[in-house]
Design a protein around this ligand. Structure first.
Ligand SMILES: [Zn+2]
Length: 395
């Protein structure tokens, strides 16, 4: 099966490339914000929906106006892509996956996407990637090779808050499914550790970042003391951004290692679909949950399962995985969050809270999978208790 995979590389642009990129980022941001206003105004003032095609048509006119002639100085492709990104942001909003799109800011990460007609790629010899309006290829650090014969379909250049430049190359490639294994596992989100598995392993401690968090707090205090608008304040801000980025990088690395390992070792992975959004409203849990990055881990598990022919069985949050005794099925009336272990009043078995939950998740997930909903690779949404039969089974 062919899958799209992104490869990200760092690069240090030449002064000339830096100038072109700064200009392109600025134009993309301008066009995105302009189109966001157009779409919002169209709806609120005229009650009409403006879509990608509508904004693209208006962009052509915008580029002919004298005040915005400067938009013609950069490649037109990233500007169109900015409109597409906005379109996707609206789709995410309308389909309930995201908040209403907001304006892009100069201080935040900058990005420009080049479709295949706006870059040249020499995949044979020296692997040179040259963007539209540039004379020389990007000086990239090839820390890992692109697969042989792969053809990039689009390229996104970003400059993050810590002023680092990256290029992300999207390429289609053949990914071989992993060999089938009988292993299955249930995962629970722990509070003491990021993940606990039904076979008793724990991964990731939220305190992983405690040391860097302290450094960050110190840098933030320094930043706050500097005079607004001063050079020193800008320097202090950059320092804060660098620590933030370093923490984010470490977290993502860890999540990738973990998700790859879980997918490699198990054929079926049962998880609870945690409504992180709702849980973040709970003050005492907010930090712990956003820190451990459960939703990002689940996202990685889902796409890696699709790549490698594994199954993810996702269960709704309401399933009482913590309160149910795995050994006898007895259900507790309540189980406060601070109770780490408990003895079952019916059968007397003493449970570790998180491990018991992970075992229940695996059992419930397998019960659901047995009905045929989730045996195929990829995603499956399931509700334990009232499993939905697959179309085949009901015929
Ligand atoms: Zn029991």
């Amino acid at each position: 099966m062919k899958q799209k995979k992104a490869y990200k590389y760092r690069f240090s642009p030449s002064p000339a490339q830096k100038r072109i990129l700064a200009q392109t980022f600025g134009c993309c941001r301008y066009v995105y914000n302009w189109a966001l206003r157009q779409r919002t105004d169209a709806y609120y003032h005229h009650g009409e929906r403006l879509y990608y095609e509508g904004t693209a048509g208006r962009l052509v006119l915008l580029k002919k106006q004298e005040e915005t002639m400067w938009l013609n100085a950069v490649s037109s492709v990233p500007l169109q892509q900015a409109l597409r990104h906005l379109d996707q942001a609206f789709r995410n909003f309308f389909e309930g996956r995201a908040e209403y799109p907001t304006f892009k800011k100069k201080r935040h990460q900058q990005a420009a996407t080049y479709a295949s007609n706006a870059f040249t790629w020499d995949g044979q010899g020296c692997k040179a990637l040259t963007l539209a309006k540039m004379d020389a290829p990007l000086p990239m650090v090839w820390h890992r090779p692109l697969p042989d014969g792969c053809k990039p379909s689009s390229v996104t250049v970003t400059k993050d808050e810590a002023e680092r430049y990256f290029v992300s190359i999207l390429a289609e490639e053949e990914i071989k499914p992993l060999e089938v294994t009988p292993q299955m596992v249930g995962l629970d989100l722990g509070l003491k550790s990021m993940v606990i598995t039904s076979d008793g392993q724990t991964y990731g401690n939220p305190k992983f970042f405690a040391k860097e968090a302290k450094k960050l707090a110190k840098a933030q205090r320094r930043h706050a003391k500097k005079k607004k608008g001063s050079k020193n304040r800008a320097k202090a801000r950059l320092k804060v951004a660098r620590i933030h980025k370093k923490m984010a990088d470490r977290r993502r690395d860890y999540q990738h290692q973990l998700s790859t390992r879980i997918i490699r070792e198990n054929q079926v992975v049962c998880i609870e679909s945690l409504q992180v959004k709702n849980m973040v409203k709970n003050h005492c849990l907010a930090k712990a949950i956003s820190d451990v990055g459960w939703s990002e881990l689940v996202r990685q598990l889902e796409y890696k399962a699709a790549w490698y022919g594994r199954s993810i069985v996702k269960m709704d949050k309401w399933y009482p995985s913590s309160k149910r005794c795995f050994d006898c099925g007895h259900m507790l009336d309540s189980l406060p969050l601070d109770v780490r272990s408990w003895a079952c009043p019916a059968c007397g078995v003493v449970h570790d809270r998180d491990l018991n939950a992970a075992k229940n998740i695996l059992a419930a997930g397998l019960a659901v999978a047995a009905y045929g909903e989730a045996v195929r690779p990829g995603r499956a949404k399931a509700q334990p208790g009232k499993p939905q039969r697959s179309r085949k089974a009901s015929q």
